[in-house]
Design a protein around this ligand. Sequence first.
Ligand SMILES: NC(=O)c1ccc[n+]([C@@H]2O[C@H](COP(=O)([O-])OP(=O)(O)OC[C@H]3O[C@@H](n4cnc5c(N)ncnc54)[C@H](OP(=O)(O)O)[C@@H]3O)[C@@H](O)[C@H]2O)c1
Length: 242
Amino acid sequence: MTILVTGGTGRLGRPTVDALRAHGHTVRVLSRRPGPDHAVADLATGAGLAAALDGVETVVHLATSRSKDIGQTRMLLTAMADTGAHLVFVSIVGVDEVPFAYYRDKVASEQAIAASGIAHTIIRVTQFHGFVEELLDAQRRSPVTLVVPGVAQTVHIPEVAERLVELVETRPAGRVADFGGPELLTLREHAAQWQAARGIRRPVWSLRLPGGFARAVREGRLTSGLPGAGRVTFREYLARER
Ligand SMILES: NC(=O)c1ccc[n+]([C@@H]2O[C@H](COP(=O)([O-])OP(=O)(O)OC[C@H]3O[C@@H](n4cnc5c(N)ncnc54)[C@H](OP(=O)(O)O)[C@@H]3O)[C@@H](O)[C@H]2O)c1
């Protein structure tokens, strides 16, 4: 099958491209920059998009930009309208419950896809292990590690990539079951595991922030519940990424 992966140069995109190729698919990477097997295109302007989609049977849409997701999704939907291709879209668990502009855009993208008439599959995923690690790594030189009170159910990216291969190889299914990690951990527990794995010893302080997003994290609204589909724990991820 010939597959176009938007965001194929990103965190989730790179392992997804590798997994699709390992399963024998022909993969084209949509990127704004040239590279091996890249179709150079820009979802913000539409430049290059028609050529990128030529002959493609499935599109895995992983491209994201902080404030322009809905515009880019609409651009993709318009370009895909007459292609007959299957669109697989990754969203985020809890987007419709959390008042946050980036999440509102994700909900709008889900709705635009569902209303488009294009054969599609939508999967919501919890935060990646690496995303939480990036937030903690940014504090590596800080005398304290700050976390917000709340829980997360982080997931290993290669497991999400394998799930996307399954969805690509299955008929369009609309919204499918959420994909979450194997554990519910407080962010304080994430910080403690990260410190232990990286040989860092600092006080961990909980910072109670105002606002709807912080409240949603406190209430665990970004989690999919147990049992999660992922198997690799945050601690195992940290040991692998040493
Ligand atoms: N981070 C998390 O914990 C998490 C959790 C659940 C779901 N998700 C979702 O998973 C998806 C992938 O996230 P990620 O963290 O892997 O993304 P990422 O690493 O930030 O990568 C973003 C990608 O978007 C592409 N892109 C941005 N603007 C573009 C444009 N105008 N035209 C074409 N491509 C453009 C970039 O490609 P080039 O720079 O090569 O052009 C890049 O490959 C997103 O939808 C995200 O919301 C993330």
